[in-house]
Structures are given as structure tokens and as C-alpha cells.
Design a protein around this ligand. Structure first.
Ligand SMILES: *Cc1c(COP(=O)(O)O)cnc(C)c1O
Length: 394
């Protein structure tokens, strides 16, 4: 059967790939400890579950408006006002099947073949894939653990060409846990204004921040920046709702309307019950958000301390999200368990097969010197897993 040209570059998700391999070993009865998943290990809060049940009982089981219910858009605007102090109207919101879907809609509405989109590495695996799918080209700007993964503004500036249409920011970052400093966001915003670029700001981890670090959304830097910024967020990480599939974009009405039209043709609307549940997540009590955040911070401290005890491993301190991104490249070139470790993929395979711990190779995020370890798992598993990790490298 014919397969379209544009599919030729699309790779399956590396994070999901690691999960499949780990599941196979588990089926063989092996006790694999997983640090590969990118989702909170907490249950969805009860009030949200109850709201979903109530929505079903009320018969809210039919199509909604393509871009989401007015009630949910109003709740999203209120939450954005509460969290960022920004005023938006419901007509500036499109609710989608997860923030990933919002990002896909943005890429489709924004990019023509040959356009360029600046992406900061280490990047979330999905960004370059979505950009490439439109025929546009990702232009990668690297960052390093030695700078705490803060982007270098002159490197960002040098990446801009006449074809650049936008820059994607993700702070707090998956996979590094880096929270961009105010000066960095301001500098990037200045470059965007100067070169007439859109800023796509993926703020899905904005509630998971440690050490009192400041979350700066570019949209808060004045009207000139707000008008060129599209905020992307969702309930997956903040409320442990990955499976509910609700995310959104907020931005200029002319752009957002097009995304709504695209979505109507692609998927009619997001799930009606999940939308009702999301209204409760946003408007209801927020205690569970702080409880989860505090627990992630406790685990972060433990993970970083234990990683730094392993010879040849260095780790920048994650200030947000729930990932550590240690540099393990000092071990490259060694032969471990009868195999030569030439990069992060071989290291991940070695650690999975010999130490029975699953992690995601940094190569998936455009940074082969590292591996990503999610601490969205119990302290007990973190403790056991890091002991295995250490033993496997000794
Ligand atoms: C998890 C994640 C998302 C997407 O979340 P959805 O489940 O699609 O709402 C978006 N961006 C980053 C960086 C993520 O880690």
C-alpha cells in the first residue's frame, strides 16, 4: 500500500519504545524498575473523578463545540488569570486531546514547507517530529549541563534566518528539569520581537517547580510579546490526568480560530466527559497540586544526591518537572556486560537488560551524553533502582 512521503521521517516515540521493551522483560517474570515513564504516579484527584461521573449522569455524552465547551474555556481563562495574571477571552482558547495535540495543531496551522522553527536541545522528542511533518525544518540550539541547560542568547540569535517563523520554549523542561531564568526569557522575547517570530511556550510543568524558582511565561512580558505568544498547557501533569487527554492553546484569536477549524475536521471535539472533569480540576480545590509538587521535590533531592554518588556520573539540579538528566558520557568507550558502550542507546539497553532498570537514552532528546530518569515513581523504587544503577557502572 502506498505511504505518503511525509511519513518517511516520522519516528515512533522513543519513550514509548522503552516502555514496550521493559514490559516484555516484565512478562518474562523479571522485576524491572521503570524510570522511563513521563507521567505522575499519583491517582487523579477524587473531586475530578466525581465530576466526570456527574457529567455522565447529566447526559453530557454528546459532541461539544469543536474547540471545547464555553464553560471549560472560561475555566481555562480564569486559571490563567490566577496563575499568570494574564487576561484572555474564551475566543482565544482551543481545547484539544492533550497538549501534544495542541502542539500538532499549532505546527500544522503555522508551518509551510521550508519554514524553520527553532528548538532548544535537549528537547522534548515530539517537537522536531511535529515540525518535520509539516515540511518545515527544526533548527536546533544546544544547551549544556555546565550552564544548567540555560539557552545562550547569542546562539539563539545566530539560529534565526529569513525562514524562521517561531521558537518553541519548554520551561520547566522535559527532559532536563531546567527552569529558564527571567533574563533568558526576556532575551528570547526580544529576539522574537526583533525578527517577528512567534513564541510557542509549552508550560505543561509550570506548577511543578522546586526551590522557589520563578516560572516566567513570555506572555507576561508586555503586550508586544503576548501578541506573538501561544501558550500551551493541559491537565496531564498538574492533576495527574495523562489518560484524560485534555490540553489547550491560548493565543491570538486569528491564529487560534484556524486551529479550531483544523481540529473540527480532524476530530470533531475533545472528549465531553473529560472536558467537564477538567472544569472541576481547574475550578475546584488545588491542594493536591501542592501535595504532588512537594513530593516531587523530596524525590528530586534524593535522586540527585544518589546519582552524584555514582562515579563518572554528573547531574545538574532539576528545578522543575520530574526528570533528572545525568551526564553519563564518562562511561562511553567502556565494555560492560560484554558490550561496548558507545552512546546513550547502548547504555540504556545495557541498564535494562543487565540491571533491569529502564531509562530513556538522551539521544531521543538530541543529547547523546545523557540519559533521562523520571522520578514519577515511589521512593522505594528510586532507592532500589539507583543501587542497581550504581552497581552496574562499578
Ligand atoms: C507530557 C508533555 C506534554 C503533553 O501532554 P499531554 O498529555 O498531551 O497533555 C507536552 N509537553 C511536554 C514537554 C510534556 O512532557
Amino acid at each position: 500500500m502506498k505511504i505518503a512521503q511525509r511519513m518517511s521521517a516520522m519516528k515512533p516515540s522513543a519513550t514509548i519504545g522503552m516502555k514496550v521493551k521493559a514490559d516484555e522483560l516484565k512478562k518474562q517474570g523479571k522485576s524491572v524498575l521503570s524510570f522511563a515513564v513521563g507521567e505522575p504516579d499519583f491517582p487523579t484527584p477524587d473531586n475530578v473523578i466525581e465530576a466526570a461521573k456527574a457529567a455522565m449522569d447529566r447526559g453530557e455524552t454528546k459532541y461539544t463545540a469543536g474547540s471545547g465547551t464555553t464553560e471549560l474555556k472560561e475555566a481555562i481563562c480564569a486559571a490563567t488569570q490566577r496563575d499568570l495574571g494574564l487576561q484572555y477571552s474564551p475566543s482565544q482558547v482551543v481545547v484539544s486531546n492533550g497538549a501534544k495535540h495542541s502542539l500538532m495543531n499549532i505546527a500544522q496551522v503555522m508551518c509551510d514547507p521550508g519554514d524553520e522553527v527553532i528548538i532548544i536541545a535537549p528537547y522534548w522528542v515530539t517537537y522536531p517530529e511535529q515540525v518535520t511533518f509539516t515540511g518545515a525544518n527544526p533548527v536546533v540550539v544546544e544547551t549544556h549541563a555546565s550552564d544548567d541547560f540555560q539557552p545562550d542568547l547569542s546562539a539563539v540569535r545566530s539560529a534565526v534566518t529569513g525562514r524562521t517563523v517561531s521558537i518553541i520554549l519548554n520551561s520547566p523542561s522535559n527532559p532536563t528539569g531546567c527552569v529558564y531564568e527571567r533574563e533568558v526569557i526576556e532575551g528570547i522575547a526580544e529576539i522574537a520581537v526583533e525578527h517577528d517570530l512567534a513564541i510557542i511556550s509549552d508550560e505543561i510543568y509550570k506548577h511543578i517547580i522546586f526551590d522557589g524558582a520563578e516560572h516566567v511565561s513570555p506572555a507576561t512580558l508586555g503586550d508586544e510579546v503576548k501578541e506573538r505568544t501561544i501558550l500551551v498547557d493541559g491537565v496531564a501533569k498538574t492533576y495527574a490526568m495523562t489518560g484524560w487527554r485534555i490540553g489547550w492553546m491560548i493565543g491570538p484569536e486569528t491564529f487560534v480560530k484556524r486551529a479550531g477549524a483544523l481540529q473540527e475536521q480532524a476530530t470533531a471535539c475533545p472528549n465531553s466527559i473529560a472536558q467537564a472533569a477538567t472544569v472541576e480540576a481547574l475550578n475546584g480545590p488545588q491542594d493536591s497540586v501542592e501535595e504532588m509538587r512537594a513530593e516531587f521535590e523530596r524525590r528530586r533531592d534524593f535522586v540527585v544526591e544518589r546519582l552524584r554518588e555514582i562515579p563518572g556520573v554528573t547531574c545538574a539540579t532539576p528545578r522543575g518537572a520530574f526528570y533528572a538528566f545525568p551526564d553519563i558520557s564518562e562511561h562511553y568507550g567502556r565494555t560492560l556486560g560484554g558490550r561496548e558502550i558507545t552512546g546513550s542507546l547502548e547504555m540504556s539497553e545495557y541498564l535494562l537488560e543487565e540491571a533491569l532498570i529502564s531509562l530513556v537514552p538522551g539521544s531521543a532528546f538530541g543529547a547523546d551524553d545523557y540519559i533521562r530518569l523520571s522520578f514519577a515513581t515511589s521512593m522505594e523504587d528510586i532507592d532500589g533502582g539507583l543501587s542497581r544503577f550504581k552497581a552496574a557502572l562499578e
